[in-house]
Design a protein around this ligand. Structure first.
Ligand SMILES: Cc1cc2nc3c(=O)[nH]c(=O)nc-3n(C[C@H](O)[C@H](O)[C@H](O)COP(=O)(O)O)c2cc1C
Length: 276
């Protein structure tokens, strides 16, 4: 088949998943000389409508890995906002150089449930949002080359698909079952409990630009009192990384110990994975 429109669809609080998904969608759109569109469902405003894809579309769908899975607060959006009619898809996850564990298998399965048919899938190691010391600078030139080559192989596979017959979805890790969520560890190997931690504000640095309010994917930061959270914090780091005065930070001891553990054990170059 020759798709008429390639969609880049993603949840990407800190921007790596956006970069990877857009790159792959761009290469595919070029290969098919097709139209290209973006659906960024990171912020609440984009989640007030549903998105329907036809058989002539191609969807490149990206999410980050949180605790080895699709982020649990983003999962309901993946499950309810999108529907296809045997629409070909490419499943993409990013991960912060530790492991993507089951996130790609889970995303593949959820896209299938939505009526999309994942024909290719890939996991890319990117800078860990918790630390600039983990996979710093990734995706780098080598990653971009791998992304382009993966997208070109995916284009060849999609082109050869005959939509009148049933097409088998791509198998990820031999269709191994999705594992339970990864439990973050502290430096001493015991569980790090930072579910309730929230980002603090150094008010002496804050100039009240409210960028943190605008970039929070959960819409959780109270604009009238930015130290207050009105809902869940998913620890995505968007408010911290996008604060131009660097006024936001986490000081939760378990969180900091988990980051130290990651910095100690996961700085080797993790490889990207491809399934076609
Ligand atoms: C709450 C949370 C949990 C994470 N869990 C994992 C993980 O299990 N394995 C991993 O390698 N990276 C993990 N990461 C790192 C992200 O997957 C990685 O930085 C990703 O590229 C961020 O995507 P974004 O820039 O699109 O937001 C986690 C990040 C967050 C915020």
């Amino acid at each position: 088949m020759e798709p008429k429109c390639v969609f880049a669809v993603y949840f990407s609080p800190a921007g790596s998943t956006k970069a990877v998904t857009e790159r792959i969608a761009g290469t595919l759109a070029e290969a098919f000389k097709s139209e290209r569109k973006t659906i960024d469902f990171t912020l609440p405003g984009a989640r007030e409508q549903k998105y329907v894809f036809g058989p002539q579309d191609l969807v490149v769908f990206g999410t980050p890995t949180y605790a080895g899975r699709v982020p649990n607060k983003a999962l309901p959006f993946v499950q309810t906002l999108f529907s296809g009619s045997r629409t070909p898809a490419v499943a993409v996850v990013t991960f912060g150089n530790r492991s993507y564990d089951s996130s790609l298998s889970e995303l593949r399965n959820e896209l299938l449930n939505d009526g999309l048919v994942p024909l290719a899938a890939a996991a890319f190691s990117c800078r860990h949002v918790f630390s600039e010391k983990i996979a710093a600078g990734r995706p780098d030139a080598e990653d971009l080359k791998e992304m382009d080559s993966f997208a070109q192989s995916a284009a060849k596979k999609i082109e050869a698909v005959d939509q009148s017959s049933t097409t088998e979805p791509v198998s990820v890790k031999n269709d191994a079952p999705v594992e339970p969520y990864y439990v973050p560890k502290k430096e001493d190997g015991t569980p790090a409990k930072f579910l309730k931690a929230i980002p603090k504000v150094d008010l002496s640095k804050c100039d009240h630009c409210l960028e943190c309010v605008r970039v929070c994917p959960m819409g959780t930061i109270d604009p009238t009192d930015i130290e207050k959270m009105t809902g869940p914090c998913i620890k995505c780091q968007a408010c911290i990384l996008k604060c131009h005065t660097r006024a936001r930070y986490f000081d939760n001891p378990d969180f900091l110990s988990h980051v130290a553990m990651l910095e100690k054990n996961f700085t080797r170059r993790a490889s990207n994975d491809f399934f076609l």
